[in-house]
Design a binder for this molecule. Structure first.
Ligand code: G4P
Ligand code: MG
Length: 154
């Protein structure tokens, strides 16, 4: 994915990593992109753990007007699943007049999406296109050796 980004004409000046799945991928991309990472949090549960109808911002940029306006932002997450979270985040970012926003995810699941990718998003990078199966990421593991063993058996 870093090669796809490097070979594209999109030159981001910052990453926005969607927590928590986007944290580790953004940090790995930083080895190649060497640009700052800002983290945001979006949840579907309120403070009482009750499911919410709409996503709730649990963490956002400090001064979005000045941090987003005129910037070229790479929005990073681990997976484009229903796209509800990524779509919500894109809508929020576009409220503050970025120069451009691109999306980078490790995996895109081939399935119907809750949100159409806005036409303003000219670059979408993903490492792999996968079927709609559950992905066990290394950072999900309670026991990483066990997860490695299962993966090697598969
Ligand atoms: P999307 O915009 O990224 O498609 O998000 P969506 O709302 O559909 O995803 C709901 C949550 O499910 C997200 O986590 C997403 O990372 C997680 N998810 C979806 N598919 C998989 C999968 O195959 N494996 C794993 N491990 N997670 C998956 P979240 O609510 O943002 O929480 P967090 O885990 O990122 O903290
Ligand atoms: Mg996530």
């Amino acid at each position: 994915m870093n090669r796809q980004i490097a070979e594209s004409d999109f030159k981001p000046d910052m990453m926005v990593a969607i927590g928590t799945g986007g944290f580790i991928p953004a940090r790995m991309l930083r080895n190649f992109l060497r640009i700052p990472i800002i983290t945001v949090g979006i949840a579907y549960y309120d403070l009482n753990d009750t499911p919410a109808e709409k996503p709730i911002i649990t963490q956002w940029l400090d001064k979005p007007e000045s941090q987003i306006k005129g910037r070229r932002i790479l929005l990073v997450d681990e997976v484009d699943d229903t796209r509800a979270t990524i779509g919500f985040c894109l809508d929020e970012l576009f409220k503050h007049q970025p120069e451009e926003v691109a999306v980078a995810v490790l995996h895109n699941k081939n399935k119907p999406k809750a949100h159409v990718m806005p036409a303003k998003v000219k670059h979408v990078f993903h490492g792999l296109e996968l079927a709609d199966d559950w992905i066990c990421y290394p950072w999900d593991a309670d026991n990483i050796e066990e997860q490695d063993r299962l993966r090697n058996q598969a």
